[in-house]
Design a protein around this ligand. Structure first.
Ligand SMILES: Nc1ncnc2c1ncn2[C@@H]1O[C@H](COP(=O)(O)OP(=O)(O)OP(=O)(O)O)[C@@H](O)[C@H]1O
Ligand SMILES: Cc1cn([C@H]2C[C@H](O)[C@@H](COP(=O)(O)O)O2)c(=O)[nH]c1=O
Length: 425
């Protein structure tokens, strides 16, 4: 392993490794130790390390743009290079509770040593941007060791050390929660803009996005009409409600991301999270400029805004159970200080069954995110729970399962009760 890679992983012994074998249960956590005590009690690592050969690959790149691209590419390389029989699991290493200490990667087991798999391994070992390790039985019964690998002269893999694998208790926070701020959710314009600018040399569409964003000058009006945001999972009835609210209130209807960014949305939807989330974050600032302008003359209704960007960002980046989300009150649920704040945010909720009925009734093309959302109830629950934890402004939850007319009446009552701002409805 190169010195750079070792530097990136830091002191092995202070790092905890997490392998996510099943999203419904806690990851397998372990640490490394030079001389494991022979009498220490070992859990059954056999199940995870004992399935043919197993390897871990961690992405050790300073530059966040290259890191995100390599992580995405690595998954494809592992799946295609090791064949259908291997299992590829998310893996990370981190220093407990230390923000930005997360190093992401994958763990594969079930690798049979064929010429094809050897070739894949040899190719991956050539990269000085990956830390590659294998897992082998130790001297004592039931004990496992991690061996960092380096390429040998003949292209084969050679061990560059040996560490005992020891179990460690689950940390207070799930590791994926350490990597939300400025990776999955951006809390100011500059951070999101920087990512878009940094990736422009590899994603040419980013230049067009930046042009549009930079053209939209933020305007501030002090004396304005109310701004009401409607949020919720896909197919909960936001479009239906926002159209009716527009009629009932004589308002202007806006959305995030704004239509002027639509030509590049599909491109960013297919990119790694860092770029996708920066795109949606910037969309909010463009929408904010439109809100500023429009709210000078009429009430503004917004179909999705910041809370969607944050809730989907958090819901996709935090793996596993709803319990892995950062706790209520965490800074990840705060509003960005430089983004125009609405007067009211309503969160539409319906049961999973009703939501599915509405999706099926609607037909049409689905985004990759919509397909994932449909397939993954766990993911949906995390997004909805993240919405519920947002703060200042928090979402007012509305049961959107009655008829469209009833939901509208209910929402008009909430608006009447809650919106006390200058201007009139
Ligand atoms: N209150 C309601 N009762 C029954 N069906 C509804 C209701 N509101 C909306 N629908 C229907 O559910 C489907 C989804 O509604 P809509 O498009 O308004 O949801 P959405 O939240 O805007 O979805 P997306 O976020 O995916 O754009 C539509 O076919 C719509 O006609
Ligand atoms: C605004 C916004 C949207 N998304 C994702 C989440 C949804 O699955 C789709 C659908 O959006 P639609 O415009 O309401 O059809 O987009 C997101 O991930 N982040 C966002 O900020």
């Amino acid at each position: 392993m190169s010195r750079r890679v070792l530097g990136c992983l830091g002191q092995c012994s202070s790092r905890v490794f997490a392998i996510e074998t099943d999203p419904k249960v806690d990851p397998v956590y372990f640490s490394l130790i030079k001389n494991p005590p022979t009498d220490a009690e070992m859990p059954a690592f056999q199940e995870i390390f004992g399935r043919e050969k197993s390897y871990s690959f961690q992405v050790c790149v300073e530059d966040r743009i290259q890191r995100a691209l390599l992580h995405d590419d690595l998954r494809h390389q592992l799946i295609s290079g090791f064949g259908g029989d291997v299992k590829v699991f998310e893996m990370s290493s981190f220093r407990p509770n230390a923000q930005n200490s997360l190093v992401k990667g994958f763990f594969v087991n079930g690798v049979c040593g064929t010429p094809e798999t050897d070739q894949t391994l040899s190719k991956l070992l050539q990269s000085n941007r990956l830390a590659v390790c294998t897992y082998v039985p130790g001297d004592a019964v039931g004990r496992w060791c991690q061996e960092p690998l380096r390429p040998a002269k003949d292209g084969a893999a050679a061990a560059a050390g040996r560490y005992g694998v020891v179990p460690v208790p689950s940390p207070d926070h799930h590791p994926s929660a350490l990597d939300i701020i400025n990776s999955s959710v951006f809390y100011n314009f500059i951070e999101a803009h920087n990512v878009m600018a940094e990736c422009a040399h590899v994603i040419t569409e980013a230049k067009h996005v930046l042009q549009r964003v930079d053209q939209t000058l933020p305007m501030r009006t002090t004396d304005r009409f109310p701004v009401i945001v409607i949020e919720g999972l896909d197919a909960t009835g936001k479009t239906t409600l926002t159209e009716s609210l527009k009629q009932s209130l004589g308002g202007v209807l806006l959305r995030s991301p704004p239509p002027c960014l639509s030509p590049w949305r599909a491109c960013f939807d297919a990119k790694p999270a860092l770029f996708r989330r920066a795109f949606y974050a910037l969309g909010n600032y463009v929408t904010a400029a439109h809100i500023s302008a429009e709210s000078a003359r009429a009430p503004v209704i917004v179909d999705r805004y910041w809370h969607s960007t944050a809730a989907y960002g958090i819901g996709t980046s935090v793996s596993g159970k709803v319990g892995n989300l950062p706790p209520r009150g965490s800074e990840v649920y705060r509003w960005p200080g430089d983004l125009l704040r609405p007067d009211l945010v309503l969160l539409l909720t319906v049961s999973p069954e009703e939501r599915l009925r509405r999706i099926r009734g609607r037909g049409g093309e689905k985004t990759r995110e919509e397909v994932e959302l449909e397939a993954n109830q766990l993911f949906r629950s995390k997004v909805e729970e993240a919405y519920r934890r947002m703060e200042d402004p928090a979402c007012v939850v509305v049961d959107a399962s009655p008829s469209a007319a009833e939901v509208l009446q209910q929402v008009l009552l909430v608006i009447k009760e809650k919106v006390h701002v200058q201007g009139s409805l």
